[in-house]
Every structure is written in structure tokens, then in C-alpha cells.
Ligand binder design. Structure first.
Ligand code: SAM
Ligand code: SF4
Length: 366
């Protein structure tokens, strides 16, 4: 793991502290004590969801955050705008909960897509969704300025899907994927979490389905971010397990493209499916067995306006409270810089003293 320590201690003098974190363009950077700079903002637009995936939520759902405690569209857009224009954010990904349930999604995307990053390029916009309703909204979201989409699909078997998500909506997700492709929200990526004894049989059919359609499949190792006691290291389906399964049918060669801050290890895949010879890329996100924290470039904003430096943080900074107390953009930006400066070296899942954060994935924003 990379561990550069260019700044030995946190200085207290505010002016000196912030001057150090300005880049050549005079923009503050969201830098931490290990030299990592956050360029990728994950914005959770709601903690609510229309599925109940077993690895993410309890069957009865969660106690939702009361609406008055969540950011409205204007507050959300204000924080995204300052993150891009003052703090060097270059990519914004909308997530949740289920972001398609957010009424103001189109206008939030449009306002974000209109922003220019410090590179002089428009900010990149992306969405992570379970795909329900995307058949009706994909074209509108594309027109609003959405660039890319990740759709969660853990199996091609409708019964397995219903057991895993506790809802009978498999056909709707497939329609959402088709609509995303038709709308040109490319590359369309498919996220799949593999659970032991639940959907291991889905690995090869998912690979075939995605290779046939030019979809980029990403397998994600199950992380301890769902309901308590729903994660067990002993039965974890690891990245190695997944690659071994894929090799039963396909030829996999590790991609030579530099990975940068991307969490997925990419594999160039070739083989034959029922439709003939296929080739493409499949990614495996080994968040547990091969953590990529050393290259992390993420910062997170929850739907109730908290900054988190990591999915696994135990610490949050409320920009909502500051904003509602009348803070200026500069004051909000300064708090964001301070929150990221304290980012820990890694998520600590593999440390025996690991403690799962109190919020689940759906309430943080995956
Ligand atoms: N509802 C949307 C969806 O499902 O894509 C966005 C939010 S969801 C929390 C974002 C991603 O996190 C999904 O791809 C989901 O599969 C993944 N996820 C949720 N809980 C997880 C866990 N415990 N371990 C690994 N991935 C998880
Ligand atoms: Fe909802 Fe996404 Fe969590 Fe599934 S993974 S319950 S779709 S937030």
C-alpha cells in the first residue's frame, strides 16, 4: 500500500494550512496526510430504496433519515458546485439508496454537468443505480448531461434475483440496462456482488450476458457494510474465487492499462458464448482481499450533508448544519479540506480490531 507522508503533522495556522493545499491553479485540494488527493465525489441523493438486497439492507428496510434532515436540491447543488469550483473535484457520481427515487435527480445532474473542472474540461457525471425505472428515465438523464451509469445486477436468474433483493423486479432491471445502452450512457457497467451459497452460479451467465452486449461487468467482493452479522470472512467469495470460475470458460489476461485510482483490477477476456466468439473486459473489485486504499481518490457527501473521507469512516463532518447556520462557501470548503486531511490510511477490514461503521452502505452511498 502506498504511504507517502509529505506533511508530518496537521498545522493549526489556517492560512498556512490552506496555502499548502492549493494546486498550481490556485484551487484547494482535498489532500490527506498520506498525499492522496480526492478528485472523485460520491453524492448520496437518498437513503431510501425500492429493493432490500440482503447484503445491504435488512428485510424491513431501515429507519429512513427524516426529510427535513436531508439536503434539498439547492443545498446539494451548492455543495457540488463548491466541490468542483473550489476543491478540485473532477468526477461526481450519484448514488444512494436508490438515486432514481430522487425527484430532483435530473436538475441536480444538469447543474453538475454544467460545471467546469480545474482541468478546463466539463466535470464527469456518473450514476450508480439498481436500474428500476431506468427504462423510462435513461434518455432524459442523458439529455440532462449524465455521462455514464453503473447498474447493479447480481444474477440472471429471476428467482435468485428475487431471493437476493427480496423483490420480484428482475425484468425491470434488464429493461433498464437496454435503455441505458440505447441512450448511449456508455460505458454501461454492471455491478455484481457474489454471495456464498446464493449466487455463485451467476458468475458465468453474467459474464456471457455482459460480453455479448458490450457491457463492462464488475464483480465486487462482499464488504461488511450491510445488516449486522450479514458478513462472514470465512465464507467470503474472493476475487481469486471469481477469477478461477471465469477461467473455466474464458481466457483472462490482466489488463496492461494503468489502473490509477480505479478500484477494479481489469481483465481482458476472450472466449465463446452461444452467440459466437466474444471479447471484452471484466473488472474485479477486491475491496477486502486486496485493498486499494493507497490509491483512493474519493470523498463522500451523504444525503444528510455529512462529509465522509471513507466508506468505513467513523467520523463525519456536517456541512448541512454549517450551511443552515449561514456559513459562506469558503467556510464550507475549509471544513471539507479539514475533514479529508484526517482520512485514515485504509479501511481496516483486515485488522482484528475492525469495527463496522454504524451506517450501512445504503445510508452512506455506495
Ligand atoms: N441502489 C443503487 C445500486 O444498488 O446500485 C446504488 C446504491 S448501492 C449501495 C451501490 C453499490 O453498492 C451497488 O452496486 C451494490 O451492489 C453495492 N453494495 C451494497 N452493499 C454492499 C456490500 N455490503 N458489499 C459490497 N457491495 C455492496
Ligand atoms: Fe437498494 Fe442498492 Fe442497497 Fe440494493 S444495494 S438495497 S438496490 S441501495
Amino acid at each position: 500500500m502506498r504511504s507517502r507522508l509529505p506533511f508530518p503533522t496537521l498545522r493549526t495556522a489556517p492560512t498556512e494550512f490552506f496555502e499548502e493545499k492549493r494546486d498550481d491553479l490556485g484551487v484547494w485540494r482535498l489532500q490527506d496526510t498520506f498525499g492522496r488527493v480526492a478528485r472523485d465525489l460520491r453524492v448520496s441523493l437518498t437513503d431510501r430504496c425500492n429493493l432490500r438486497c440482503t447484503y445491504c439492507m435488512p428485510a424491513d428496510g431501515l429507519e429512513w433519515i427524516p426529510r427535513p434532515n436531508t439536503l434539498d436540491d439547492d443545498e446539494t447543488i451548492r455543495l457540488i458546485t463548491l466541490a468542483v469550483t473550489m476543491l478540485g473535484i473532477r468526477q461526481v457520481r450519484f448514488t444512494g439508496g436508490e438515486p432514481l427515487l430522487r425527484r430532483g435527480l435530473e436538475s441536480i445532474i444538469a447543474a453538475t454537468a454544467a460545471l467546469t473542472a480545474d482541468t478546463g474540461e466539463p466535470v464527469t457525471t456518473a450514476l450508480t443505480t439498481n436500474g428500476l425505472g431506468l427504462d423510462k428515465s435513461a434518455a432524459k438523464l442523458k439529455a440532462a448531461g449524465l455521462h455514464r451509469v453503473n447498474i447493479s445486477l447480481d444474477t440472471l436468474d429471476a428467482d435468485q434475483y428475487a431471493a437476493l433483493t427480496r423483490r420480484d423486479r428482475h425484468r425491470d432491471v434488464l429493461a433498464g440496462i437496454d435503455a441505458a445502452l440505447a441512450a448511449g450512457l456508455t460505458p454501461v457497467k454492471i455491478n455484481a456482488v457474489i454471495m456464498p451459497g446464493v449466487n455463485e452460479t451467476a458468475i458465468l451467465p453474467l459474464a456471457e450476458y455482459c460480453l455479448d452486449r458490450g457491457l463492462q461487468l464488475r464483480f465486487i467482493e462482499h464488504m461488511p457494510l450491510g445488516p449486522r452479522d450479514s458478513w462472514d470472512r470465512k465464507t467470503l467469495v474472493t476475487a481469486e474465487d471469481i477469477i478461477r470460475r471465469l477461467r473455466d470458460r474464458f481466457t483472462l489476461v490482466a489488463s496492461s492499462k494503468p489502473r490509477g485510482a480505479a478500484p477494479a483490477q481489469l481483465w481482458d477476456v476472450t472466449g465463446t458464448t452461444a452467440s459466437g466468439p466474444v471479447s471484452g473486459q471484466i473488472g474485479v473489485i477486491a475491496a477486502v482481499t486486496h485493498p486499494f486504499c493507497g490509491d483512493c481518490d474519493r470523498t463522500r457527501l451523504t444525503t444528510d450533508g455529512m462529509i465522509r473521507s471513507c466508506l468505513f469512516s467513523h467520523e463525519e463532518t456536517s456541512l448541512r448544519d454549517m450551511m443552515r447556520a449561514g456559513a459562506s462557501d469558503a467556510e464550507l470548503a475549509a471544513s471539507w479540506v479539514r475533514a479529508m486531511w484526517r482520512k485514515k490510511a485504509g479501511h481496516g477490514i483486515n485488522d482484528p480490531r475492525f469495527v463496522q461503521p454504524s451506517r450501512t452502505m445504503s445510508a452512506i452511498g455506495g
